[in-house]
Write a protein that binds this ligand. Structure first.
Ligand SMILES: Cc1cc2nc3c(=O)[nH]c(=O)nc-3n(C[C@H](O)[C@H](O)[C@H](O)COP(=O)(O)OP(=O)(O)OC[C@H]3O[C@@H](n4cnc5c(N)ncnc54)[C@H](O)[C@@H]3O)c2cc1C
Length: 257
């Protein structure tokens, strides 16, 4: 691709299929591509008469030499069916500039409550991988603690379950609770059950998280974000201490908003 263009050709170096409609890829990272944990890249494909692009949170940490993304297939979507067809060796387009403000804010509070659904875990994996690396280099921001409540319908939709559990077992600064909202479709699941928004009260109490000392970060499904944000506000959180990354506008609202 021509060097003056706004995007790179990013080659897929690894693909991991997580469920029928969920997968992750790793692409080569251009040395000039810089980002902060929690930011997104604009990925796309060049269709015959059109360049189709959408934002995707970056899963990897800036310390990594490759970029990782976690996708959900939207069956009648414009881009994801085309992305789903791509394999190792194929190229997609990636804008040269990372964007977004859904970054970990270390200036205000030391407790960080992270709430997400399915692919919404992506920016949080980036935070956690980055802090794990910082901790290994004795650069961990002292006193900060992350609390992640991750929701999915069934447990096989947790794309980073093993990695996050392992880190939570190893370090004192990270607590992780994955929760399944359709346990009757997942008989072997022995972990937490219920939707993220139904569990906020239980876990903010258990983890002793107070609005005065905790920032909240909500990422993924618009309904989870709407419900969770309402619950947090009613429990005393100020709006400016609740960050939101809403992944899509539900179809029924697409024209109204
Ligand atoms: C900042 C940001 C970061 C994002 N990061 C990710 C990410 O890491 N991984 C990821 O998979 N997606 C992510 N998204 C969503 C992504 O940008 C696309 O919207 C999504 O992949 C659908 O694209 P599409 O072209 O296939 O569908 P479209 O043609 O754009 O959508 C068709 C319709 O499907 C509905 N829809 C879109 N997405 C979903 C969904 N997930 N579930 C149900 N209905 C949906 C909408 O109502 C939409 O009008 C992010 C969005 C934002 C704004």
């Amino acid at each position: 691709m021509d060097g003056n263009q706004k995007f790179y050709g990013a080659r897929i170096v690894r693909r991991r299929d997580i469920a029928a409609d969920l997968w992750s890829i790793r692409v080569q990272r251009d040395a000039e591509f810089h980002f902060l944990p929690g930011q997104y890249a604009t990925l796309g494909v060049l269709a015959p008469h059109k360049h189709i692009e959408r934002p995707y949170s970056i899963v990897s940490s800036p310390y990594e030499s490759e970029l990782e993304f976690f996708f959900e297939l939207v069956p009648r979507g414009e881009l994801t069916p085309a992305l789903h067809k791509l394999n190792v060796g194929d190229e997609l387009t990636m804008r040269k500039v990372a964007k977004g403000r859904f970054t970990l804010d270390l200036q205000v509070h030391r407790n960080h409550l992270l709430l997400c659904t399915v692919t919404g875990v992506a920016p949080f994996v980036s935070y956690i991988r980055t802090l794990s690396n910082d901790a290994r280099q004795n650069k961990f921001p002292e006193g900060h603690r992350l609390f992640l409540l991750e929701g999915a319908s069934r447990s096989w939709e947790f794309g980073y379950l093993e990695e996050l559990k392992r880190i939570a077992d190893e370090v004192p600064w990270f607590k992780y609770v994955p929760t399944v909202s359709r346990p009757w479709e997942d008989r072997n699941w022995t972990g937490e059950v219920g939707r993220v928004d139904d569990l906020i009260r239980k876990y903010t109490h258990l983890w002793e998280l107070m609005p005065e000392t905790t920032s909240a970060y909500l990422c993924g499904h618009p309904k989870m974000i709407d419900n969770s944000s309402g619950i947090l506000v009613r429990r005393g959180w100020a709006k400016e201490h609740i960050k939101e990354e809403i992944y899509f506008v539900p179809k029924e609202h697409a024209t109204a908003i």
